[in-house]
Design a protein around this ligand. Structure first.
Ligand code: SF4
Length: 417
């Protein structure tokens, strides 16, 4: 039986306060649902691992607990989730100790006891949301913490034994200056985190920050200044020993996030919890956005749904299987929303799209190994255009973004969507 790597993502959608720029599925007013939600999450995990076929097909190598703010809820819940995973993964080929297990934490919601409990639960990687070292900016974007609280969190994390720590920063924030970025980087670099993620603000419709920009309270960042910030970050982190390995991600040698890397390599993962996305057996599907519905659905969930997803894949003779497919779809759609059932052409295109997010790019030989075709011939038209526009370069075995392509990555994605 085939044995494939699998990542697990667990979504904890609770926060102490909603940040002004946030459009993630997270709530600051649903504390009364926490207990029931965690029970539903545990049921969803158990359901996947009850299925024999699933167990024999996959080996879990990474776990990522994200949100929301996982550190906001009682750490006992995180411990319980990890126990359920551990029980289910007992016969898995990779030991929990050897997996990359990450939890996202936000300063102002975490203390030493919580961090110690995460360690006991075998979590070995922390991702701390700082965003900026400027308290003025933190306040302006609705973060609940100060830079000093971040320092305290970082120090506690080290004390309890976390060696693998990511720090999140943001650029392109209203009123942010290159000087702010310089200070934020300097402050964080001197702590020597193993990983840094630096995201540009995207002003999403319906967020408080979008409203403030619309009514003139805040000014959206100038695009050129935002790009200057990006290049300043890239150069500074590279000079300080971080490898730029994905558009927004930098790591010390060997400390790249395995969980994210596996997603960019088109490996499979299951998303547990509200709004979580999964990619299993060439099917992309997601959970509901409604918390009450999620809790209700998980109470009626049965392992047949997992079987159905594993059976739901387009083959050459798909047309003949159409009836079967539609029946399966009806079953699955009672619980999950199917986003895409990939055929071989979809998979190839997506492989290029995901690979181009990485700085290394898409390896032509690996593409051939996986899909037999040569991507250079397969996507001759698209690649010719992108190379001519100097957005992409073909360099030995790799197709990768140029520096111009890093700034205009959206134009590159458009060619493969
Ligand atoms: S902490 Fe993260 S998930 Fe929660 S509101 Fe802020 S940005 Fe959103």
């Amino acid at each position: 039986m085939e044995n494939k790597e699998l990542g697990i993502y667990i979504h904890i959608p609770f926060c102490k306060h909603k940040c002004d720029y946030c459009d993630f599925v997270s709530f600051s007013d649903k504390q009364s649902c926490i207990e029931k939600y965690i029970e539903a999450v545990k049921k969803e995990i158990n359901n996947y691992f009850q299925d024999e076929q699933f167990l024999q097909t996959y080996t879990v190598t990474t776990i990522y607990i994200g949100g929301g703010t996982p550190s906001y809820i009682n750490s006992r819940y995180i411990f319980e989730i990890m126990k359920v995973l551990e029980n289910n993964l007992k016969n898995n080929m990779v030991k929990m100790e050897d997996m990359e297990i990450t939890i996202e934490v936000n300063p102002g919601t975490v203390n030493k006891e919580k961090l110690e409990q995460y360690r006991k639960a075998k979590i070995n990687r922390l991702s701390i949301g700082l965003q900026s070292a400027s308290n003025t900016i933190l306040k302006q974007i609705g973060r609940i913490h100060t830079f000093e609280q971040f320092l305290e969190t970082y120090k506690m994390a080290k004390e309890v034994g976390f060696k693998n720590i990511n720090v999140d920063l943001m650029i392109g924030l209203p009123n942010q200056t290159i000087e702010d970025i310089k200070i934020s980087l300097k402050e964080v670099i001197q702590l020597h985190p193993t990983h840094m993620s630096v995201y540009s603000l995207i002003v999403e419709e319906g967020t408080l920050i979008a409203q403030k920009i619309e009514n003139g309270q805040l000014k959206e960042m100038d695009e050129i200044l935002e790009r200057n910030m990006y290049w300043y970050v890239k150069n500074t982190l590279e000079l300080n020993g971080y490898t730029h390995y994905e558009i927004s991600n930098f790591a010390k040698k060997g400390k790249e996030s395995k969980h994210n890397q596996n997603c960019w390599k088109q490996k499979e993962y299951i998303g547990i919890g509200l709004a979580a996305h999964s990619y299993l057996n060439y099917v992309r599907y997601s959970n509901t956005l409604e918390i009450d519905q999620y809790i209700a659905q998980m109470n009626t969930l049965n392992e047949q749904v997992v079987k159905d997803i594993l059976a739901l894949v387009e083959e050459k003779d798909m047309l003949e299987k159409m009836d079967i497919k539609e029946n399966l779809m009806c079953q699955i759609e009672k619980v999950y929303e199917i986003e895409e059932i990939q055929n071989i052409e979809d998979r190839k295109k997506e492989y290029i799209l995901l690979g181009l997010r990485t700085i290394e790019g898409v390896s032509i030989s690996k593409f051939k190994e996986k899909y037999i075709d040569n991507p250079i011939f397969l996507y001759r038209k698209e690649l010719e255009k992108l190379v001519e526009e100097k957005l992409v370069i073909i360099d030995g075995d790799y197709i990768r973004l140029t520096n111009k392509g890093l700034d205009l990555a959206n134009l590159v994605w458009e060619e493969f969507i």
